[in-house]
Design a protein around this ligand. Structure first.
Ligand SMILES: C[S@@+](CC[C@H](N)C(=O)[O-])C[C@H]1O[C@@H](n2cnc3c(N)ncnc32)[C@H](O)[C@@H]1O
Length: 409
């Protein structure tokens, strides 16, 4: 699931920015980590004698596809019966799935297809009114970073091109089991000019970026995840799990009891004006989150850090060898992430992995544990599993990187 609602597609259209060199940094931090680059270590290069192998560097989410030729697609759909959507509801009638031909058998062929999901036994949140935002999700208890908040099947799944196709959307609704329909109809609609069904779909649909055997992106509407309001400094992140056919929401930093649970509907690496533009055009509200309420000078500084992280650091981390960079660059990156107030796993995850490896190599146990825990939390948020990091937190001295400068790379 893309971290954000359907507006995320816009990200791909953004013009490349020029490099910002006057990012505010503490004096001692030196030049920005412009040359931080990543490696994707091959497991074949790892020694096999150690008990625990440092988990591999993160695999990044593939970038969103650019918008296709919508007019052409719609004309084809209208003319060709093979392009008509099919509809499917599982035996427990828990959702409706609109799909292009050729996907249902793939999904049903899986051994665990649509088996009951495990979610936290006691949901750690309530859905209630939040001043100025309609309904929202609020924590009932403290939630630890990486912890699962909810895992749920969608109420409705459709190809992401469909929400703007009025007729197909309405057809889909007639296949909705009654209690799915009644829940769906209680969801927010910020687009009252569309039909109620389409308005709700466009207000609440999240991109499901991985649908087995399908090239198209799909979108889904979820009972609880749809109630999560936006923040530019969110404390949670949604993820689509194609294997479970479920969405999950995890805390990306510690959440206190009574705190509203939020995620970002836009890329957090966009400057505030671009974020506000997307939010007002797509979702018809003005964000007043902690970042957007900063005094102008601080907001401008935050914009600089975030755009620098997104435009310069992120591509270099995605496409270059991390292990070759100096330690100072990693510490600079940590400072920049803190200054930019970005808590997402996108950059914290590769940073935490590399710092764990380096502290292991130096035999510094406390620091290795600290960073392995961060890597574990960020990996849980990004992938839904600890990726082997729990074992590293327990015993960093058993990794292949321990007191071995080249280990774990
Ligand atoms: C997916 S819904 C979120 C849940 C919604 N508040 C509800 O009542 O069900 C998206 C809509 O919630 C509102 N919303 C979300 N985040 C907001 C925010 N930070 N400030 C104000 N309104 C917000 C907007 O009306 C937006 O169109």
């Amino acid at each position: 699931m893309q971290p954000g609602f359907l507006a995320n597609g816009r990200k791909g259209k953004r013009k490349p920015r020029t490099r910002i060199v006057d990012v505010q940094q503490p004096e001692e931090s030196g030049p920005p980590p412009s040359a931080i680059v990543a490696s994707t270590p091959s497991s074949s290069s790892m020694p096999t004698t150690s008990l625990v192998v440092l988990p591999a560097a993160p695999v990044f989410m593939r970038p969103p596809r650019l918008a296709g030729d919508h007019k052409g697609i719609f004309a084809k759909m209208a003319a060709d019966p093979n392009f008509r959507l099919r509809f499917f509801t599982p035996p427990d009638n828990s959702f409706v799935f609109a799909y292009w031909p050729d996907i249902k058998h793939r999904l049903l062929a899986r051994p665990d297809a649509f088996t009951p999901l495990s979610s936290p036994a006691r949901l750690p949140f309530e859905i209630r009114a939040v001043p100025g935002k309609g309904m929202g999700m609020v924590a009932k208890e403290a939630i630890a970073p990486g912890a699962l908040i909810v895992r749920e099947r969608p109420l409705l799944v459709m190809p992401a091109t469909v929400p703007v196709v009025y007729e197909a959307t309405l057809n889909g609704m007639s296949y909705m089991p009654e209690d799915v329909r009644s829940t769906y109809l209680t969801l927010a609609n910020c687009l009252p000019k569309l039909s109620q069904m389409s308005g709700i779909l466009n207000t609440n649909g999240t991109l499901l970026d991985d649908m087995p055997g399908q090239l198209d992106d799909y979108c889904g509407v979820f009972r609880n995840i749809a109630r999560v309001n936006h923040s530019c400094r969110p404390n949670a992140r949604p993820r689509w799990d194609a294997d479970l056919f479920a969405g999950e929401l995890r805390a990306q930093r510690a959440i206190a009891a009574g705190e509203e649970i939020t995620f970002s509907y836009t890329s957090t690496f966009l400057p505030s004006a671009e974020r506000q533009d997307i939010l007002s055009h797509k979702y018809h509200f003005t964000c007043k989150c902690i970042l957007c309420s900063l005094p102008p000078a601080l907001l401008a500084a935050n914009d600089q850090v975030r755009t620098y992280l997104g435009d310069t650091v992120l591509p270099s981390v995605m496409f270059g060898p991390l292990a070759q960079r100096g330690m100072k660059e990693f510490l600079d990156l940590e400072r920049m992430l803190e200054m930019g107030a970005d808590d997402s796993p996108t950059l914290w995850r590769p940073l935490a992995r590399e710092l764990t490896r380096r502290y292991c190599a130096e035999g510094k146990r406390a620091m290795a544990v600290k960073w392995a825990r961060k890597a574990m939390e960020m990996t849980l948020v990004a992938t839904g599993t600890d990726g082997g990091w729990a074992a590293v937190v327990e015993a960093p001295e058993k990794t292949d990187a321990w007191r071995s400068p080249g280990g774990g790379t």
